[in-house]
Ligand binder design. Sequence first.
Ligand SMILES: [Zn+2]
Length: 85
Amino acid sequence: MKRQRYGGEDYLLKFPKFGKWINTCLCCGAKGYRPDMPEVITISGGYETAAAHYIRKYFNELSVDEYGRCQVCAGLTEGKKEDNR
Ligand SMILES: [Zn+2]
């Protein structure tokens, strides 16, 4: 549990257009910024914003696989295809 989490959610609510740079894991709901997020995010008209700075401050980097799973969830399900029930 991270206390920055609230700030990050808050930021995305205020600036939903930057949500496209955020990955959300479909399995556990973890959020983080995409590894390919640029150093500086520019908006239409070429204006530079501080968005990337804040997003990096609020979130950790999170890459997801083709199924939308974070590396933790992907690793868990890859290794254990058979459930012991
Ligand atoms: Zn996950």
